[in-house]
Design a protein around this ligand. Structure first.
Ligand code: UT7
Length: 329
């Protein structure tokens, strides 16, 4: 019997309606469209507005779309891996909340936290359950309501992030398509440069932590940029080399959308021309766990069966990595 791989058989996506433009940000903090565009490539991002709406509410429409496209019911899902840095609640897992909302009664469901690398960590984890023969349908979701943890008085972070969700279904494939290889890494010495100071067990929420604005994302952009720009590019090149892939063999490069300059550096390092690089950062900004699955969702109609696709991400932790996928439909 040929080896079982975990193929992506459907994708779904959702971005909220509200568009936060660079022009609107100009009215909120001391910034300008020219600076944001040249330094990041971002023009606008989507924000989930409204009382009582959370990350799981971004995931519900994305998952429903995926199920409809694949023509299956939610009760057929065996496992849900919900990759997020902005869970609805500290506990229980947003995966359980989502499963209840969509009626995935037969799935075991849990969250995965690897910041912006979450989706590729989740995809690789989910693939193991398919390859082992344990499960037939694994749903991997990348979703974040970043607007819930962004300080809109801090121009260094508020211009970057947006809200959104993308998801992918993994199913067994014996024709050599699917998640074929992954290299994933982490280095906790990066914690000082990108983290949330309070709200965890180290520093539970208190009046003092709120007054000190410690519940927002904290980032030292330049330090993160330097680490990201080399490591994301290197690991993508490493996956290609390990699988004897040259730039000619690559149909698409799907990089995490954190900064257009990091995307360009990764493409250059891999020798991939810009027409093969999936980029939507100008419209959505950095949606953290959602960037890569949102790219898959938007480019799905351009992908062809057998396409070699390289995913690459970098995020808080630090975490980073690259996944080689052969598209299955
Ligand atoms: O997805 C998770 C991983 N995260 C990343 O990969 C993000 C990596 N980092 C970055 O993308 C970039 O570092 C940023 C976009 C965050 C910042 O860009 P930068 O080119 O590194 O700018 P900088 O922080 O070095 O700041 C340059 C200047 C500073 O002014 P001075 O000190 O030179 O006078 C900043 O105060 O730009 C100023 N600045 C701004 N000016 C206008 C910082 N933010 C803004 C702003 N508008 N929004």
């Amino acid at each position: 019997m040929s080896k079982i791989h975990a193929a992506i058989t459907a994708v779904g996506g959702y971005v909220p309606e509200y568009v936060l433009t660079n022009q609107e940000l100009e009215t909120m903090v001391d910034t300008n469209d020219e600076w944001i565009t040249t330094r990041t490539g971002i023009k606008e991002r989507r924000i989930l507005k409204g009382e009582g709406l959370a990350t799981s509410d971004l995931a519900v429409p994305a998952v429903i779309e995926l199920l409809q496209k694949r023509g299956i019911g939610a009760e057929e899902i065996d496992l849900i891996i919900f990759c997020t840095t902005t869970p609805d609640l500290p506990f229980p897992a947003t995966a359980c909340i989502l499963a209840d909302k969509v009626g995935a009664k037969n799935a075991w469901a849990w969250d995965l936290q690897a910041a912006c690398s979450g989706f590729i960590f989740g995809l690789t984890t989910g693939a193991q359950f398919i390859e082992s023969g344990k499960h037939k349908k694994v749903l991997v979701i990348g979703a974040d309501k970043m607007s819930a943890m962004i300080d809109y008085t801090d121009r260094a972070t508020c211009i970057i992030f947006g809200d959104g969700c993308g998801c992918a279904l993994l199913e067994p494939n014996e024709e050599g398509e699917g998640v074929l290889d992954s290299i994933l890494k982490s280095d906790g010495s990066g914690i000082p440069f990108l983290h949330q100071k309070a709200g965890g067990s180290l520093k539970p929420a208190s009046h003092a932590t709120i007054d000190a604005r410690e519940h927002y994302a904290y980032q030292e952009g330049q330090a993160v940029f330097k680490f990201a720009v080399t490591n994301m590019a290197d690991v993508a090149a490493e996956v290609m080399e390990r699988n004897n892939l040259t730039s000619k063999d690559i149909a698409w490069l799907v990089p995490h959308q954190a900064n257009k300059r990091i995307i360009d550096a990764t493409a250059n390092r891999c020798g991939v021309t810009s027409d093969k690089v999936v980029v939507n950062i100008e419209r959505y900004g950095n949606t953290t766990n959602a960037t890569i699955p949102l790219c898959l969702w938007e480019w799905e109609n351009k992908f062809k069966k057998g396409d070699n696709i390289i995913l690459a991400a970098f995020g808080g932790g630090f975490t980073w990595g690259s996944v080689y996928v052969k598209w299955a439909y």
